[in-house]
Design a protein around this ligand. Structure first.
Ligand code: GRF
Length: 231
């Protein structure tokens, strides 16, 4: 299923009024990738609609490697363009190259992994290098890979740290952009650990993206001002 029409547009063209945020700056385009239920995707979409990302970002596509991921349906119900490409049975590099090519049609400024259950190969990382973000439900220096809430629960941690990081070719090894602790004292079940963690995830991901986009906008406007002065 690729049921969204990618925007055919010259990247150099000035933003149309619809693409501009309140300050007249072009909104950052987000491609959100998921494989499952999509609660982080949903909170990001809502942040672009009415929250901290309003006027800063828009969702250009929600993509999944699983055509039947519940998150895709949720995204479509929010009015987001959705696309999918089944990864099952595919060789990693070939799938990643095809997925990257598909996503490039949507011209994302950032590729935002939100429960995208794949280790990414260079074929995917290179086209978006430095622009891929992930959220991990633990300190990535302490725990990598799947089952981070189970790890925190089984080890009776009193605190875990939600981490937003840039994605490189390792497993949860990229530079950390933001971390926020979650108090796990008194959390008696795995469900409660997860509930507390997800509440933090949902806030931290949107906040981190908002900071990143504002930083990028400031750099661009300083560069534009410098080039105006030097003319
Ligand atoms: C989240 O815990 C996220 O940190 C991890 O995968 C889970 C995805 O959950 N990378 P959801 O699909 O966003 O609800």
């Amino acid at each position: 299923m690729t049921n969204a029409t990618p925007r055919a547009q010259n990247r150099q063209a000035p933003p149309s009024p619809a693409e501009r945020g309140a300050g007249g700056v072009r909104r950052a385009r987000l491609a959100i990738l998921l494989s499952g239920r999509g609660s982080n995707m949903l909170s990001l979409v809502q942040a672009t609609q009415t929250g901290i990302l309003k006027d800063l970002a828009e969702v250009s596509v929600v993509f999944s490697n699983k055509p039947d991921a519940p998150g895709l349906e949720l995204a479509a119900a929010q009015g987001c363009p959705v696309a999918s490409l089944p990864s099952q049975g595919r060789k990693r590099e070939a799938f990643d190259a095809e997925a990257a090519a598909l996503l490039q049609h949507y011209q994302p400024d950032f590729v935002v992994l939100a429960g995208y259950m794949r280790i990414l190969s260079p074929a995917f990382i290179q086209p978006f290098a430095g622009r891929i973000l992930n959220i991990h439900p633990a300190d990535t220096h302490q725990h990598q890979g799947l089952h981070a809430y189970e790890w925190a629960f089984d080890n009776k941690l009193v605190e875990t740290k939600i981490t937003v990081h840039l994605v490189d070719e390792g497993l949860d090894t990229g530079p950390i952009l933001a971390q926020q602790p979650v108090d796990l004292r008194g959390a008696e079940t795995l469900a409660e650990v997860e509930r507390r963690g997800l509440a933090v995830e949902h806030r931290l991901y949107a906040q981190t993206l908002a900071e990143l986009i504002k930083t990028k906008q400031n750099i661009m406007s300083s560069a534009a001002e410098t080039s105006r002065v030097l003319k």
